[in-house]
Design a protein around this ligand. Structure first.
Ligand SMILES: Cc1cc2nc3c(=O)[nH]c(=O)nc-3n(C[C@H](O)[C@H](O)[C@H](O)COP(=O)(O)O)c2cc1C
Length: 288
């Protein structure tokens, strides 16, 4: 699939084919599913969502039906006509490769590896270049479709992790997953989220995403799919300039699906006004 345009990020909407059809009609060029693992998983105890400082904290905990039970839902999602990227996770390279093998049978356009949920056991993978390499390689050995590695800003050296994924032949990097964060209720004097710690998304993480994408683009040759806090066309332009070829939008969708169309139109107007003919002309222009 072409790494371009504006996609729905993983885990945001409880997606049915009719919702997805609306997402597509609103201008989304692709949709990433919530992350699917080897077996059904309930996720963390509530509360799983809270707002803080203009952002959203979540500790959903990878709630999903398991790959064996996802085929039906996937078939339904594909009816919407929008290209689907299947997001998966696993607790060992072998387990992730098994989920990927089952996943490709559902014929997604690509597979996105969630190596980086900050409030689940898999959080550790994308902190470590060697582990990242092992997981990506295990999947690349068993599938033919494009494989994207989704990594975390919580890593101390995100560039080393990106390079490891590239060496393992990932077809693109997705950056970033949520930022490890928490909120405390001052009257109850305890953490608000059931899991205590969660992942922050939305506007407050945007500058962090830009920094990660900029650094990754300066060291990598594979495309970068930017995600994190994009709410308007100006953010999308900034992310492209940092090095993102395509952009995923998550939290902003909660305020409405118009965001896809608005961003597309705004970016096109910007390109025209500034004398560029296509998005690829500005990808990474602020770096290197
Ligand atoms: C409620 C919620 C659920 C999420 N679930 C997943 C998930 O299942 N897999 C994943 O890779 N990322 C998941 N994410 C992270 C988003 O895909 C995205 O990387 C992050 O929210 C930053 O983008 P945004 O600021 O545009 O939301 C989730 C985010 C939120 C807010």
């Amino acid at each position: 699939m072409k790494i371009q345009g504006y996609w729905l990020a993983s885990g945001i909407l409880g997606v049915t084919s009719s919702t997805l059809r609306r997402v597509h009609e609103s201008g989304a060029d692709a949709v990433v599913t919530k992350s699917i693992g080897p077996r059904p998983r309930k996720g963390h105890p509530g509360p799983i969502l809270a707002t803080s400082h203009g952002g959203l904290l979540n500790a959903v905990g990878l709630t999903n039906p398991g790959i064996d039970f996802f085929a039906e839902e996937m078939a339904e999602l594909k009816k919407s006509g929008v290209p689907i990227v299947l997001s998966i996770f696993g607790n060992s390279p072998q387990e992730l490769a098994d989920v990927a093998s089952k996943g490709v049978e559902m014929k997604p356009e690509a597979i996105e590896l969630n190596l980086s949920c900050p409030h689940a056991e898999i959080a550790q993978i994308a902190h470590d270049p060697n582990l990242t390499h092992e997981y990506v390689k295990a999947v690349k050995e068993v599938v033919e479709c494009p494989v994207f590695a989704k990594i975390t800003p919580n890593a101390s050296d995100i560039v080393a992790v990106g390079i490891a994924a590239e060496k393992a032949e990932a077809d693109a990097i997705v950056a970033i997953n949520t930022v490890r964060a928490m909120k405390i209720d001052i009257h109850q004097r305890r953490p608000v989220l059931g899991n205590k710690v969660g992942g922050l998304s939305g506007p407050p993480v945007f500058p962090i995403a830009v920094r990660c994408i900029y650094d990754l683009h300066n060291s990598l040759s594979i495309p970068i799919i930017g995600v994190g806090g994009v709410t308007a066309w100006q953010d999308a332009v900034e992310m492209h300039l940092a090095g993102a070829s395509a952009i995923q939008i998550g939290t902003a969708v909660i305020d409405g699906l118009d965001v896809f169309g608005e961003i597309k139109e705004g970016v096109l107007n910007y390109l025209k006004a500034e004398g560029f003919s296509q998005v690829s002309d500005i990808v990474g222009l602020a770096g290197r």
